[in-house]
Design a binder for this molecule. Structure first.
Ligand code: HEC
Length: 107
């Protein structure tokens, strides 16, 4: 029995290592999170006017990798748009993966 626990413990450890590669859930998880995004990104041709006038880019249908990379770049400050920086700064890795999965599957 002890041996079995050791194996299970090891298995869950290696699982944790794999989990560092976060898998996005485009369904239930993302649907609660997109509420933060649809105010700008769901409207074709929509412009946000703070602090300047920006054309809000279409993110639906972009690759998940691209969306996640962009969000991470805002979070790190490599991309400068202040609103997106504020939003990305509040997202966890899991949030980004979920959102990226959702938008990449959107048509
Ligand atoms: C207040 C309006 C607003 C909200 C809310 C908003 N965004 Fe944005 N988003 C923008 C604007 C404007 C840009 C373009 C900024 C720039 O030029 O860097 C942008 C850029 C992006 C980009 C980069 C797109 C590209 O083509 O490079 C991604 C990805 C993105 N947003 C995802 C999201 C997600 C996910 C959410 C919700 C968690 C969200 N945004 C919420 C306005 C918004």
């Amino acid at each position: 029995m002890k041996k079995l626990f050791a194996i299970l413990a090891m298995a869950s450890l290696s699982h944790a290592a794999v989990a560092a590669e976060v898998v996005g859930n485009a369904k239930d998880a993302a649907e609660k999170k997109i509420a933060m995004c649809i105010g700008c990104h769901a409207i074709p041709g929509y412009k946000s006017t703070f602090p300047e006038v920006y054309q809000v880019p279409m993110i639906g249908g972009q690759s998940a990798k691209y969306i996640e990379g962009a969000l991470r770049a805002y979070q790190k400050g490599e991309r400068k748009h202040p609103t997106m920086r504020g939003i990305a700064g509040s997202l966890s890795d899991q949030d980004m993966a979920d959102l990226a999965a959702y938008y990449s599957q959107q048509k």
